[in-house]
Design a protein. Structure first.
Length: 541
């Protein structure tokens, strides 16, 4: 694309076009740098135009007894999933760090959809064969009304001639204000309520429009991005038109790129992947030409904060682990290894870094992998819970892992170190089951809000017979008298017929991949059963 919005003519040298695109993609660090490039100047003009169109502020005399907050420009070059430049974005941001609590703001919050909720929505859409559409708010925070009296300086380089001494009083929020996310959420929440949407009690960013037992539309809110799906296409189209009229939103059509996830909606189902982001990580850490491995962690590998190993840069290690954490949005197969590495952020050494590099080598061979959600005959919520006995040699604590599926790919998973030192394998498994039960109760509430009532108790598979027996046996004895009371919530939910813990063989325990390193054959088998696959290879077959 041409940055200056001029048609690219055939006589213009190709090298010149590439050079202009490269220069424009370099994000300016200050207003003076941006002013030297026409593309960034146009981006700033667009931002000011949107602010004035929304009637965000009013030019007034400088107040005597009120603080005036400064503003600054922030510049970002937006890219597509394939890495190509999409647009240049200039944002006028308030220096909210200078606000004082109780005077310029009272509360700060920005509820956003959990990834578990988004993946649940994808699984539901794949089952119902609905298409998920995406709306993007152009300047969402500018729509939030302010209750506080806020004054800001005129933007640098855009001061009105003859009235340079005046300031702007904000009627609506600007980016950077501490209360801006909350003001935007209150505005859109009220508007969706006026359209007869019901807000989920358990997930405040999930809205459902129903007609009896029929779900017409579902909306998931992630700051200024909206995901919309449903079976009534006429109602969906009408909803998008109303949102565009009120909030100046861009209709991006069918969801194809969201929160770094590449989304492919085909006849096979909905495929989520992060191939472009995985390639970016490999390039960032200069391992794009490394040799691939079959598993992310060597079987039997144990890590410790102790040992005579050379220290490595904490900033580089944290950056690497942070990138890998982002990749787990669609890659549960690396969840255990990333969770393991994240325990040594404060004491990383060469051994930890070598294990992290092995994860990168595994990603090198599986860049195209992702999660395929498809239609199944019986959409039923099923969970798996497992643990690893004394996985941490530093504090003798174990690792809990759980996952949930509706029949196709898993949409919810976790791998965490337990916060108690267990005295037996029975206690370890019981603690892991308690974590899975808590998540199952929340998922059942979300599904009920979506008219997907689970009439039967949710099955949670556990491969430890003693843990299953402890849930059924209400008598306290020597092996359980020291258990923390909160873990016996499992028994209460079992009696309420919300969940039921059932025994499964170790071969059928899918959560095994979330608790320990595995052999190649075992790892690949569980990875396939979780729904992690190479969509490109499947289509070629």
């Amino acid at each position: 694309m041409d940055i200056d919005d001029e048609p690219v003519r055939g006589t213009k040298p190709l090298a010149e076009i590439y050079e202009r695109a490269h220069m424009a993609a370099i994000e300016p660090s200050c207003f003076e740098e941006a002013e030297a490039h026409q593309g960034w100047k146009q981006a700033m003009a667009n931002e000011i135009s949107m602010i004035e169109k929304n009637q965000t502020w009013q030019l007034v005399e400088r107040p005597v007894n009120r603080k005036v907050i400064g503003v600054k420009w922030v510049f970002r070059a937006k890219h597509n999933a394939d890495g190509n430049l999409n647009k240049l974005k200039a944002r006028l941001v308030v220096k909210g760090f200078s606000q004082k609590y109780g005077i310029e703001y009272f509360q700060t919050f920005a509820p956003v959809a959990r990834l578990d909720t988004i993946r649940l929505l994808v699984a539901l859409a794949a089952q119902m064969q609905w298409k998920i559409h995406q709306l993007d708010g152009k300047s969402a925070f500018l729509n939030g009304f302010l209750e506080e009296e806020i004054y800001v300086e005129q933007p640098k380089g855009l001061k009105i001639v003859g009235e340079e001494h005046k300031v702007y009083r904000l009627k609506k929020a600007l980016y950077g204000l501490k209360q801006a996310p909350g003001a935007w959420y209150s505005r859109i929440d009220g508007y969706l309520a006026s359209l007869e949407f019901e807000r989920s009690i358990s997930e405040p960013t999930l809205y459902v429009k129903k007609q009896g037992s029929k779900t017409q539309l579902i909306v998931s809110l992630y700051v200024d991005d909206l995901l919309v799906t449903g079976g009534d296409q006429a109602m969906l189209t009408d909803f998008k038109c109303k949102m565009q009229q009120v909030f100046e939103m861009s209709d991006l059509g069918k969801m194809s790129f969201f929160l770094g996830m590449e989304v492919s909606q085909t006849q096979h189902g909905i495929f989520l992947s992060q191939k472009a982001f995985a390639s970016k990580i490999l390039s960032k850490f200069s391992v794009q030409n490394c040799k691939a491995t079959s598993t992310p962690v060597v079987i039997g590998k144990k890590l410790s904060s102790e040992g005579d190993f050379e220290k490595v840069s904490e900033s580089n290690y944290r950056s690497l682990v942070g990138c890998l954490l982002c990749l787990t949005a669609t890659r549960p197969d690396i969840m255990f290894s990333v969770s393991l590495l994240s325990r040594f952020m404060h004491c990383c050494n060469e051994k930890h870094f070598q294990v992290a590099k092995r994860v990168l080598r595994y990603i090198k061979g599986t860049k195209s992998y992702g999660m395929l959600f498809s239609k199944v005959e019986n959409m039923k919520l099923i969970g798996y819970a497992n643990s690893d006995w004394v996985g941490s040699i530093d504090d003798m604590k174990s690792t809990s892992g759980y996952l949930f599926t509706l029949g196709s790919a898993i949409f919810c998973w976790s791998s965490k170190k337990q916060n108690v030192v267990a005295q037996s394998i029975d206690e370890v498994e019981y603690v892991a089951a308690a974590s899975a039960v808590n998540q199952a109760i929340w998922l059942r509430k979300i599904m009920a809000d979506l008219n997907l009532h689970q009439m039967e108790a949710t099955e949670i598979n556990c491969d430890n017979q003693s843990a299953v027996a402890i849930v059924k046996n209400l008598v306290f004895h020597g092996r359980t008298k020291h258990f923390k009371i909160k873990f016996h919530f499992v028994r209460e939910m079992k009696q309420a017929q919300e969940v039921k813990l059932i025994h499964c063989s170790s071969e059928e325990q899918l959560a095994d991949i979330l608790t320990k390193p595995l052999s190649v054959l075992r790892f690949e088998d569980l990875r396939a059963k979780m729904g992690v696959c190479n969509m490109q290879a499947k289509e070629e077959c």
